[in-house]
Ligand binder design. Structure first.
Ligand code: LMR
Length: 400
């Protein structure tokens, strides 16, 4: 029956992990997927998460959650994103549903907009954007277009191009914005630029759809990283927002996230939530419980929350120290041709190195150094034990 099913390509990001796992070189490095590693290159279980595990151990059943998830988690997660002072949050006008991490949030959002957003079926993504955004929205029956975002020549934001493209979008179109720590470029608008974007997006009647997968990783400050969505809401935008706890709590495989929509009133929120339930039920019935309990335990306990904030800062600072180490090695030790200052100016988990696809292929085949083909590296995969080998390998690939 399946003789006509064609072989699909490996996933551009998760496929890198498969290639890495198959490599037997003991020096191999995986800088593909954005997953935090400690300074020994090992997965990191945050001590606050471990503490939450200890508290939950043996204390909970394995019953189904409600369709929209664990209320103590979803309300705390919404507060984390929007801030306790957020007016629509205080008046009970934000519709929320727990999601299968950030991807699931985007998928629910895509499906909801596709079904109910009256004005447009077109979503504009920044160019470039996270590789999974396009298939997520296409599978949600939305049409995907792009707007200029990254300027290769300055290795920074293409502000003029971005503004011009937004101005030319049809009224009512959906515009996807990375709330912070843009993936893959590590380049974010400034606060002033966000303020201008908020005004422009309102003027144009566009629908702002935020993806916030890295809250805490841009600046090390949880609240600071939520500036953009909070500002938009304060300006009266009814945003959609996707949250992930994969990175900032290290809950990758637990699949903990939240999708929310700011609505006009508690009554509208109730109608929207009823439809979110109708969307979720035939997709996966109800979300997994364990990760939501872990995140909820941390978010609802002031002492554990403070501890977690410190741990997020710790992860963000280790990444910054690796940026500095890599920059210094390439520039001062190996004198690698090119300007590498973007390694330290970019923020978040990734660096968009500027390495070409051909160079990334040489690095994988000759040096067992793995990254995505667009030259993005997950900085968190570097540590004191491998950064030199990595820099030397890059130097070799650049000098050819
Ligand atoms: C990434 O971009 O590496 C992460 O968002 C993980 C993923 O699912 O792709």
């Amino acid at each position: 029956v399946w003789s006509t099913v064609p072989q699909g390509p490996p996933d551009p990001i998760l496929g890198v992990t498969e290639a890495f796992k198959a490599d037997t070189n003991p020096r191999k490095i995986n800088l593909g997927v954005g997953a935090y590693r400690d300074e020994n290159g090992k997965p990191y279980i945050l001590p606050s998460v471990q503490e939450a595990e200890n508290r939950l151990h043996g204390q909970v059943d394995k019953e189904y959650l409600p369709i929209t998830g664990l209320p103590s988690f979803t309300s705390a997660a919404a507060k984390l994103a929007y801030g306790a002072d957020c007016a629509p949050l205080k008046e009970g006008s934000i519709a929320v549903t727990q999601s299968i991490s950030g991807t699931g949030a985007l998928r629910i959002g895509g499906a909801f907009l596709s079904r109910f957003y009256p004005t447009s079926k077109v979503v504009y993504l920044p160019s470039p954007s996270w590789g999974n955004h396009t298939p997520i929205f296409r599978d949600s029956a939305l049409e995907v277009k792009t707007y200029r975002y990254f300027d290769k020549s300055t290795v920074g934001l293409d502000w003029a191009g971005m503004i011009q493209d937004i101005k030319e979008m049809p009224t009512g179109a959906i515009v996807l914005l990375h709330a912070c720590a843009h993936n893959p470029t590590g380049v974010d608008p400034t606060k002033e630029q966000w303020e201008e974007l908020s005004g422009l997006i309102k003027e144009k009647g566009l629908f702002p759809f935020f993806d916030m997968a890295y809250q805490g990783f841009a600046s090390g400050d949880i609240a600071g990283d939520a500036f953009a969505p909070r500002h938009f809401v304060s300006q009266g935008h009814q945003i959609a927002l996707c949250q992930s706890f994969a990175k900032n709590m290290g809950l990758y495989g637990e699949r903990v996230g939240l999708f929310s929509l700011v609505t006009a009133s508690p009554e509208e929120k109730a109608r929207v939530e009823s439809q979110l339930k109708i969307l979720v039920r035939p997709m996966y019935s109800n979300p997994p419980v364990h990760g939501a309990r872990l995140a909820g335990t941390i978010l609802n306990d002031p002492a554990l929350y403070a501890q977690w904030e410190g741990e997020v800062k710790g992860m963000a600072s280790r990444i910054i120290s690796m940026r500095e180490a890599l920059y210094t090695l390439l520039t001062n030790t190996y004198h690698t041709p090119g300007n590498w200052s973007h390694i330290t100016s970019q923020i978040g988990m990734f660096s968009f190195t500027g390495l070409t696809q051909a160079q990334t292929e040489v690095l994988a085949s000759k040096r067992s150094v793995y990254m995505t083909k667009d030259g993005r590296i997950s900085m968190a995969g570097l540590n004191g034990g491998n950064v030199e080998y990595f820099a030397k390998s890059v130097d070799g690939a650049v000098k050819g």
